[in-house]
Design a protein around this ligand. Structure first.
Ligand code: GLU
Length: 387
């Protein structure tokens, strides 16, 4: 079995990032930003995503293209725009972009939803979890979430900056098992193909697998300046560095190859794979355990302890005996068993006031009491580390 086939075995949820250059009306000699949105390519990706959805995968799409589409509509001809001009383009282009996706997916019988994020949303635990719950609810309903940065209102300090980085964050947020970055180049080359010196005899080689993003890799990536995209290759490599530390494999492939998604899911060797092996898979849990400071404690009964420790279940209100501390939604908490022994840590879906009200209650009663603030789990097992 090849590494890629091995990775595919574990994939249930995939984040696909579509760059502006792969959904633009490309014209020779012009930057994609000047070319406007290509409905054909939007339709093409809707088809591809429908195909992989039919094979049972959850798909979250991160799509650029708002500024490009808005530029076309506002008929800006100059390449360099001021920030307010770019934001105006994003405001116009985002709805235009979504309309194109909506039409294309509708034809395939799929509904789409727009989610616009900024760094502020993802840096704050509460909003981070909110975003996650929303996307999770959409996936459960069979909807394709389409995410972009909230460019039109985002100022520099809270900008994520580029959609490569956004896609990596979304892959970690949603616990995806694969991130695919669709670019207009085949992957990472050992030297910049566009700068190939005529006298050089050694052929430029595509790197098929990067197992560690070190200075050498960053240097190679930093050299390839792709004018058409916001970040070029270096932001893809940085994105991959992040996903790798969370144990998520990342593929950087050429989205202009119409067969590329099909080939990926057939286990074929396309693009550059960034993957350092499964052992990092627990990093998120590592972060919950070691980085976050617990803001309170929950004492759970024996039934809940067994469900958590022996059956890998989530913590429900019914198993709660005691709530200690003054904490908010999204905080890290310590879990104690009835004898006061620490059994785990996790991120909580309720604040301490609400937990005080619902502790020991069964799910239907909690649902009717909490109404729109209802979550089935006090701590979801994905946000839980059991010792
Ligand atoms: N959010 C930007 C847009 O939709 C693109 C940023 C990027 O491609 O990195 O136009």
């Amino acid at each position: 079995m090849t590494i890629r086939e091995d990775i595919l075995k574990d994939v249930k949820r995939v984040v696909i990032k579509v760059g502006s250059s792969v959904i633009s009306n490309r014209q020779k000699g012009r930057s994609s930003l000047e070319c406007g949105l290509s409905r054909d390519w939007v339709w093409h990706y809707a088809r591809e995503i429908k195909n992989i959805r039919d094979r049972g995968y959850d798909v979250v799409l991160v799509s650029s293209g708002a500024i490009m589409a808005g530029r076309e509509r506002l008929q800006f001809s100059q390449i360099n725009l001021t920030i307010p001009e770019k934001q105006a383009c994003a405001a116009i282009g985002q709805s235009f972009l979504m309309r194109a996706y909506e039409k294309a997916f509708e034809k395939k019988g799929l509904m789409v939803a727009q989610i616009l994020l900024s760094h502020d949303d993802l840096g704050n635990r509460r909003r981070y979890l909110n975003a996650r719950h929303t996307i999770e609810a959409l996936l459960e309903k069979g909807v394709v979430p389409i995410i972009n940065e909230n460019d039109s209102v985002t100022v520099e300090e809270i900008k994520i900056g580029d959609n490569d980085s956004l896609s990596a964050t979304v892959a970690c947020l949603m616990d995806a098992q694969l991130l695919i970055i669709l670019s207009d180049v085949d992957g990472l080359y050992d030297r910049d193909p566009s700068r190939k010196n005529k006298t050089e005899t050694k052929k430029v080689q595509l790197i098929s697998h990067v197992s560690k993003v070190d200075e050498d890799i960053e240097r190679i990536a930093g050299k390839s300046k792709n004018r058409l995209t916001v970040g070029g290759m270096v932001t893809k490599v940085w994105a991959a560095k992040k996903t790798m530390s969370f144990g998520i494999p990342t593929l950087v492939v050429n989205g202009l190859d119409e067969k590329v998604i099909e080939n990926i899911f057939a286990g074929k060797e396309v693009g550059t794979l960034f993957w350092s092996g499964k052992e990092k898979i627990r990093d998120r849990k590592h972060w919950i355990t070691h980085t976050l400071k617990p803001a309170g404690t929950l004492t759970i009964d024996e039934g809940a302890r067994k469900a958590l420790v022996e059956k890998g279940k989530s913590l429900l209100p019914a198993g709660l005996i005691k709530v200690k501390g003054n904490f908010e939604f999204g905080n890290a908490l310590t879990l104690l068993d009835e004898s006061g022994k620490e059994v785990g840590r996790g991120l909580v879906n309720y604040n301490s006031r609400d937990l005080e009200r619902i502790k020991g209650m069964r799910t239907p009663a909690v649902r009717s009491l909490m109404q729109e603030s209802f979550y089935e789990e006090v701590i979801h097992r994905d946000d839980l580390v059991v010792f």
